[in-house]
Structure formats: C-alpha cells, structure tokens
Write a protein that binds this ligand. Structure first.
Ligand code: SF4
Length: 81
C-alpha cells in the first residue's frame, strides 16, 4: 500500500497527525509532513505504508478535509478518497 501527500493542497488542519504518526506537524509552514516521504513531483510526496500502519494511514487519509492524502493498494488502484 502506498500513500501520496499533496502538500500544496494541505491547509494544516492536522487531523491526519492524530491518526497516523507517518504525518507530523510543520507548525511554521502550517502544513503536514509525510515522514520519510520522497518528493515525486513539485510539493507531492509519496512513500510505502508499512503493513502494520495500513489502518492508521487509511484513517489519516479519510480524516483530511481537503483530500490532500491519497492511498493506493498494491495494484496501484486508488482506494481513498
Ligand atoms: S488533515 Fe489534510 S489538511 Fe490537515 S494537515 Fe493533514 S493533510 Fe493537511
């Protein structure tokens, strides 16, 4: 499972950081940080989700009010949002 984080879209509401520790708060920027995320495009970060964090990552993605977090299954199908 893979997560993508659109940092440009993020408005720093920080619901995601309460759901999964793969997201941390950057209070100076008013944006979340995808921990260990690789910048795959401008302001777009991605990483694999460890098996034991899949549930938390999905909750984080569902919690985002602006759909800045996208989760893909192992076949590359978008499952959230
Ligand atoms: S919940 Fe969404 S808007 Fe809020 S910090 Fe996380 S990614 Fe950004």
């Amino acid at each position: 499972m893979r997560v993508e984080f659109d940092r440009d879209t993020c408005i720093g509401m920080f619901q995601c950081t309460a759901e999964w520790d793969g997201f941390e708060e950057d209070n100076d920027a008013g944006k979340a940080i995808l921990v260990d995320g690789e910048e795959v495009d401008e302001d777009l970060f991605a990483r694999e989700i460890p098996d034991d964090a899949e549930l938390d990552a999905k909750f984080a993605a569902r919690s985002c009010p602006v759909d800045a977090i996208t989760v893909y299954d192992d076949d590359g199908e978008q499952i959230i949002p």
